[in-house]
Design a protein around this ligand. Structure first.
Ligand code: PMP
Length: 391
């Protein structure tokens, strides 16, 4: 038998199907609320100004493309640290940071490290979570369990149930938490809820694995990292998967980093060797371009300030859209309390398909929208189309 005739067919990615259907739709007034990239008021995802300037410099100044090494662009990692960790940075001897191919690479690397340290560890993820979390964790051989996280009908976090489930996790289990701008729900833990979760993690002897993919797109750079910083300061062991792909708008450049905080310097040194060995089998060395551009931006006060300005404007646009949606119908009032690019609408699959057929509005079957897919003038017609299907 041929080797590859043994392959099982795989279901196609629903999001890719949605993109294809959107492109094929001839209607002018169609709206793509599916794909998870930031869009401006005109539906464009431009290269951010500071990144464009950095790329121009990079093209002019880069005199070699020789290998940098397994941890990638070290200066990129160092320059991100104050932005990510603020005052919570802590003892450098207990911290390892390494450049990764996007947040996805960081998640996979973290998962592999957990699997090396404790092959039978269970990772707890919220229901729902980013659909790629479970496959990434499983690909590393880990067991994935889920705890209740969000009730789309009630439009609230199922916090008591989440805490109850974490109370039953076994010592050494890992809890995967979204740092901010939860994907797909937009529902973030309040700071009091972070405190309670961190306390539960500490008392149950669990490990926090935090996924921060949207820093600066919720309530600003510092506020969006507040939960992470609390965990980083309070817990002996934390992993962070970080993505620059949204907040620097460099999606296809695959730009991210993974940090680990370890119980002591000796453990950190051994972990570092393991992390580099794992990275070597996964991608050997991370792609350079995105990290180099981010490094140039953060290393130049003017470019860094311009990046912050543009990021704030993106964040404010998302907040404005959320306010407009919330004011348009009382059943959408909850959207103003949530953050980031994504929202889960209380519409069922039938409603989602009806909106697609009648109005050319594209969203995933689960009712997730990318808020940034709307222009401010789209809000009223969008809510009109949505109203008959709202629970
Ligand atoms: N985590 C979450 C929650 C995400 O939404 C995404 C991107 N969709 C990622 C991680 C991965 O980001 P990247 O494109 O940098 O791999």
């Amino acid at each position: 038998a041929r080797l590859f005739s043994g392959l099982e067919p795989r279901p196609s990615d629903p999001l890719l199907g949605l993109m294809t259907a959107f492109r094929a739709d001839p209607r002018d007034a169609k709206l793509d609320l599916g794909v998870g990239v930031y869009k401006d008021e005109h539906g464009k995802t431009p290269v951010m100004r500071a990144i464009k300037a950095a790329e121009t410099r990079l093209l002019a100044d880069q005199d070699s493309k020789r290998y940098l090494g397994g941890d990638g662009d070290i200066r990129f990692v160092e320059l991100l640290e104050p932005i990510v960790f603020g005052d919570a940075l802590g003892d450098p001897a207990r911290r390892i940071g390494i450049q990764t191919p996007g947040g996805t690479g960081a998640l996979r690397l973290g998962a592999e490290l957990i699997a090396r340290a404790r092959p039978n560890a269970t990772v707890w993820t919220g229901d729902p979570t980013w659909p790629n979390h479970t496959p990434i964790l499983r690909a590393a051989g880990l067991t994935v369990a889920s705890h209740p996280f969000y009730d789309p009908r009630a439009r609230t976090i199922r916090f008591d149930e989440m805490m109850l489930a974490l109370g039953k996790a076994a010592p050494g289990d890992v809890v995967l938490l979204h740092g901010c701008c939860h994907n797909p729900t937009g529902a973030d833990l309040s700071i009091e809820q972070w405190d309670a979760v961190i306390e539960r993690i500490a008392e149950r002897d669990l490990v926090a694995f935090i996924d921060l993919a949207y820093q600066g797109l919720g309530d600003g750079l510092d506020a969006d990292a507040a939960g992470l910083r609390k965990a980083w300061s309070a817990l002996p062991e934390v992993l962070l998967a970080y993505s620059c792909d949204k907040n620097f708008g460099v999606y296809r450049e695959r730009t991210g980093a993974m940090w680990g905080r370890f119980a002591d310097a000796d453990t950190a040194a051994i972990a570092r060797g393991n992390i580099l060995a794992l990275a070597r089998t996964l991608w050997s060395m991370p792609p350079d371009h995105g990290a180099a551009a981010v490094r140039i931006v953060l290393d130049d006060p003017e470019l860094a300030a311009d990046w912050r300005t543009e990021l704030s404007a993106m964040c404010e646009r998302l907040g404005g859209l959320r306010q407009a949606l919330a004011s348009a119908d009382p059943r959408l009032a909850y959207l103003a309390e949530q953050r980031g690019m994504f929202a889960l609408l209380p519409v069922d699959k039938t409603g989602v398909h009806a909106m697609r057929d009648a109005h050319g509005i594209y969203m995933t079957d689960g009712g997730r929208i990318n808020v940034a897919g709307l222009g401010i003038d789209d809000v009223a017609p969008f809510v009109d189309a949505l109203r008959p299907h709202l629970a």
